[in-house]
Design a protein around this ligand. Structure first.
Ligand code: DX5
Ligand code: ZN
Length: 217
């Protein structure tokens, strides 16, 4: 069964506690938390205090997606705030290997995210060092965008790379995931699906999470 990671960016922040409880009670696996700095991406979202609060009531893995420059400056604070998985962008990290080692030495799982234009082959020399690859299927910065279909080919290329290097890495897809395209993503090799609008803008978020969860590879 796929890992389902609702993106809290699309939740109702006036009811953050209720939204977190809903995720706790649902069949979702991870809380996906999008941090944006207004520099790496053209938007600003939320940061450490919100994550600390979510951590107080969340009963599931906190999957923190950093869309920020210089993530090494904040990795320790995100660990303290409760991050279990810390994902950084390859495009923001000239010293990616060092950043991955830092995240792991802090006791978190390390994820690397790739923008839609970034080829999977750039991961060749770090693939055995990381736990998650997050393939962006939209340009990062906003929820509710349209899925970029070339992502399917990237999943195939990434699967091949993982297989070749005998790496133990989860493939996470982030952006524009819907009930319509989720099956194709899973069948091609995705392990984890992020879903923001699809979950939180639906009339029955828990049922929508269930429907995503029930897709078999
Ligand atoms: C986009 C974020 C995504 C976003 C997904 O930059 O990384 O996690 O919240 O939202 P949807 O599922 O609505 O595209
Ligand atoms: Zn994200």
């Amino acid at each position: 069964m796929p890992i389902i990671a609702p993106s809290m960016l699309s939740c109702n922040f006036l009811q953050l506690e209720e939204e977190c409880k809903m995720i706790n009670e649902s069949s979702a696996d991870w809380f996906h938390l999008d941090v944006m700095d207004g520099r790496f991406v053209p938007n600003i979202s939320f940061g450490l205090p919100i994550i600390e609060h979510i951590h107080q009531i969340a009963k599931k893995t906190l999957d923190v997606h950093l869309m920020i420059l210089e993530p090494e400056k904040y990795a320790e604070q995100f660990k303290k705030a409760g991050a279990d998985i810390l994902t950084i962008h390859i495009e923001a990290c000239p010293h990616l290997h060092r950043n991955i080692q830092q995240i792991k030495s802090l006791g978190m799982k390390a994820g690397v995210a790739l923008n839609p234009h970034t080829p999977v082959s750039l991961l060749e020399n770090v693939i055995t060092d990381i736990d998650v690859v997050c393939l962006m299927s939209v340009n990062p910065g906003f929820g509710g965008q349209k899925f970029i279909p070339q992502t399917i080919d990237k999943i195939r290329a990434l699967k091949h790379l993982i297989h070749q290097s005998s790496a133990n890495v989860l493939i996470e897809i982030d952006g524009g995931v819907t009930l319509e395209n989720a099956a194709a993503l899973i069948h091609t090799g995705a392990d984890a699906l992020v879903a923001g609008n699809t979950v939180f803008k639906s009339s029955n978020p828990k049922e929508t999470i269930n429907s995503l969860k029930k897709i078999y590879a």
